[in-house]
Ligand binder design. Structure first.
Ligand code: ZN
Length: 231
């Protein structure tokens, strides 16, 4: 009997302890494991931040597009009035292009580069090139009698007009080539890094060709004006 009483008391105490544990789950300040409100808020904010980061990373997975080197990033998503998702492409702090995903999930990527391909002599700030250009003009003045375009006699006294007669074709070919590069980035064949490098190299080839003065001849003043040579 005595033993039973003791047992009852023990059970009661045990139950009280359990109830207390359920009723007062929080640990009081100063106790081991106590977390202040401030810390709780910080923890919550931290986890919210983590969720957001994961979401942002998820948002940035666009088809098979890969970045390559760390200096290339896909920027923050915006929605266009046509309900397309638009992402800028950054290299460091310079915008080099953008990706547009249509509501039908079609991906379009464009690279953007300032300046044309071998457009006008005066746009090229290179003293050596300017000199080579003048030398070529003088050479041709001595050897070329007639206008490359219309065969009219070229005046030796007038200002010479040096013309890149293959530039239009070269430019068109290179632009066509460059336009195919984004497709390779979209399919994952090239990273954004490699794609951008290839895109630039391709267009730079046009400038190198222009500066090489290959395929140049003189035009008469009338033809030069027609071709906007002296803009
Ligand atoms: Zn002419």
């Amino acid at each position: 009997m005595k033993e039973g009483k003791y047992y009852d008391k023990f059970i009661k105490q045990f139950l009280v302890l359990i109830i207390m544990a359920i009723k007062t789950p929080q640990i009081l300040p100063g106790e081991k494991g106590y977390i202040s409100k401030k810390e709780k808020t910080a923890t919550r904010k931290e986890s919210e931040k983590r969720i957001k980061t994961v979401q942002r990373k998820k948002d940035k997975i666009i088809g098979k597009i890969k970045l390559g080197a760390k200096r290339y990033r896909i920027g923050r998503l915006s929605i266009t009035p046509r309900k397309e998702k638009k992402y800028p492409i950054w290299k460091y702090s310079k915008k080099i292009g953008e990706i547009i995903v249509s509501p039908e999930n079609e991906i379009e990527l464009t690279f953007k580069r300032l300046g044309g391909i071998g457009n006008f002599k005066h746009l090229i700030q290179d003293a050596d090139f300017q000199l080579q250009w003048a030398i070529r003009e003088q050479e041709l003045l001595m050897t070329q009698e007639k206008c490359f375009n219309c065969s009219k006699k070229i005046s030796k006294a007038a200002k010479p007009n040096l013309y890149h007669y293959n530039m239009f074709k070269i430019r068109t070919d290179l632009l066509e080539k460059a336009a195919k590069i984004p497709e390779q980035v979209i399919s994952g064949k090239l990273t954004i890094e490699k794609g951008w490098e290839k895109f630039n190299d391709t267009l730079e080839k046009g400038n190198r060709y222009y500066m090489s003065l290959k395929d140049t001849a003189l035009l008469c003043a009338t033809c030069a004006k027609q071709k906007n040579l002296n803009l």
